[in-house]
Design a protein around this ligand. Structure first.
Ligand SMILES: Cc1cc2nc3c(=O)[nH]c(=O)nc-3n(C[C@H](O)[C@H](O)[C@H](O)COP(=O)(O)O)c2cc1C
Length: 199
């Protein structure tokens, strides 16, 4: 399938077939794809937690607002987290990167205030979301990105250490009657003239 066809056919799944599970080999590929996600200066300020355990999913579902049934019924939930402490990031990740990356960080980013640096770090994790959603679609895996979760409760349940939950993605296989699939609910997007400029 071409990338354009993938973009047309992928959609946010609202109802999963809970009897269908993603096999382990495919999950291992998805882990590796996430590890290979690009990020500014290769900063990689993330942690990706894959959850298959039914009891853990049940606990997370309770703190997932309207996303509870997706969390319970999807095959897996992947939680995307960002490093919590800027100093920690500078000491651990930056020291592993080539000198050039550290120079750029010190010159351009380090002088910004903490909130701005944290926003920059979170942006990197969001980029991996786009990478992941496209990868899932290319492997015919259905997905639901979810910001509608209680991230602090996720941190508590998952005993996050040094990382903070930003959002999660349910992955699995759609219920055949899921009303949100493009064949039943056509994609809604702004017209090209509203979002694309050519100069
Ligand atoms: C960062 C992000 C967070 C989202 N959070 C939720 C969510 O909590 N629950 C949900 O059902 N959909 C969520 N969505 C899905 C969007 O509503 C959806 O991508 C958008 O309406 C376009 O529809 P499509 O993905 O089916 O093309 C989220 C999407 C993104 C990118």
């Amino acid at each position: 399938m071409s990338f354009l066809d993938i973009a047309k056919s992928r959609y946010t799944t609202k109802k999963y077939d809970s009897s269908l599970k993603i096999d382990n080999a495919t999950i291992e590929k998805l882990k590796e794809i996430l590890r290979l996600s690009p990020s500014s200066i290769n900063s990689q300020p993330w942690k990706f937690t894959f959850i298959f355990d039914t009891e853990t999913k049940k606990e997370l579902a309770k703190v997932s607002y309207n996303n509870g049934s997706k969390v319970n019924d999807a095959s897996h939930v992947v939680v995307f987290s960002v490093v919590e402490d800027v100093k920690d990031f500078e000491e651990k990740n930056l020291s592993l990167l080539p000198e050039k990356a550290g120079l750029y960080y010190n010159r351009v980013l380090k002088s910004r205030n903490e909130a701005e640096i944290k926003t920059w770090l979170a942006c990197q994790v969001y980029l991996s979301l786009g990478f992941f959603l496209s990868a899932c679609a290319s492997m015919e895996i259905d997905s639901t990105p979810m910001e509608g979760i209680q991230s602090e409760e996720y941190d508590r349940i998952l005993q996050q250490d040094g990382y903070k939950t930003l959002f999660a993605v349910a992955i699995g296989y759609r219920d055949k009657e899921d009303a949100n699939q493009p064949s039943l609910t056509p994609k809604l997007r702004l017209d090209p003239e509203n979002v694309i400029r050519s100069i």
